[in-house]
Design a protein around this ligand. Structure first.
Ligand SMILES: [Zn+2]
Length: 337
């Protein structure tokens, strides 16, 4: 992590400015240290070069959105793809009842900051070294720039070009996953001067940063541990935000949209690629999932997504339907006006 990132990184709890202490550096990069909020005193670690700015000091609490909505105890194994089997077993109506009855204040789960466990550190070292890419043909698949093909490649390329056409200098990628989308944008779009990739699953951060390094863009790019519903990012600090899929893995769509809107500069763009319908993997009917998703603030489908975005202030500039291998996809451009 470079110290210049502190210009736009903020406390996820109160948006206070952060100062950094007890740092160790390597070639000018901060490798470890503690970021401290000037306003609320909360502290956040830099772990092997990556800032981890999760609310409530959570370390790594990704759950399938269905489980998160239902208040399933963290650590419970996912039940089928995206835990949709759990919905099927409970039944939609009972699941909705369960939603309504539970205390809604459990969205973010506290955990011990010292749980930046040996396990995570061990994984981080392995990923940071790039060793992970050397196995199972991953380098060929994941470190080939420019992208050469693959499933829905035309859609991917169209999305990449759409992001580039918004002409950002400062780009933020949300729900980055392994960072495939953002690193390809970093590769093809040489006008970018600052790139932030926010992902909640900390293990992904070293993979993302390794890719930035691989294409020679790490000096302007940061993979950041953060929750998109409480972004550790200063308001009005980016020109364009992008999400490549990922929405179906999110509980709290409207809060995510509010946060995306907040961190964009005036007239900034948000470009999203997503499935037109919520993804069910044929486990339950789309209409059932839609009913539950609407109630639980999960991804409900294209139309609802547009109206949720408009509700937080975005204006839809364009939307394009594209035939994907598993149903229709959408590329939609919003603007903060
Ligand atoms: Zn704070």
């Amino acid at each position: 992590m470079q110290s210049s990132a502190l210009e736009y990184l903020r406390c996820p709890e109160c948006r206070g400015h952060l100062s950094i202490h007890r740092t160790t550096k390597r070639n000018g990069d901060i490798r470890s240290g503690t970021m401290k909020c000037a306003k609320c005193d909360n502290q956040y670690p830099v772990i092997l070069g990556r800032p981890a700015l999760l609310p409530n000091m959570a370390v790594n609490t990704w759950q399938a959105p269905v489980d998160e909505a239902l208040g399933v105890v963290p650590g419970t194994p996912v039940n089928g793809l995206l835990s949709l089997n759990r919905l099927k077993e409970i039944g939609i109506d009972r699941a909705i009842e369960q939603l309504r009855n539970r205390n809604m204040n459990t969205e973010l789960i506290e955990s011990d900051p010292n749980a930046v466990t040996k396990e995570l550190l061990g994984k981080a070292r392995y990923l940071d070294s790039g060793e992970w890419f050397k196995h199972k043909g991953r380098a060929k698949r994941l470190l080939s720039f420019p992208a050469e093909g693959g499933v829905n490649f035309d859609i991917f390329r169209e999305f990449m070009n759409t992001v580039q056409r918004t002409e950002p200098e400062y780009l933020i990628d949300l729900l980055s996953g392994g960072g495939y989308g953002v690193t390809h944008q970093a590769f093809q779009n040489r006008a970018l001067r600052r790139i932030a990739a926010v992902e909640r699953d900390l293990k992904c951060l070293w993979n993302i940063q390794y890719r930035f390094k691989h294409i020679g863009r790490s000096s302007i790019s940061e993979a950041i541990g953060g929750d998109v519903r409480r972004l550790p990012i200063a308001s009005e600090s980016f020109d364009t935000a992008m999400t490549l899929q990922g929405l179906v893995e999110l509980h709290g769509i409207s809060r995510f949209l509010q946060e995306t809107y907040r961190v964009l500069k005036q007239d900034g763009y948000y470009v999203a690629l997503y499935s037109e319908d919520p993804v069910t993997f044929d486990i339950i009917p789309v209409s059932d999932l839609r009913k539950f998703a609407l109630e639980a603030n999960l991804y409900t489908g294209h139309e609802h997504f547009i109206s949720a975005a408009e509700k937080v202030g975005f204006r839809m500039i364009s939307t394009k339907a594209l035939e994907g291998t598993r149903g229709m996809k959408r590329i939609t451009v919003f603007r903060k006006i």
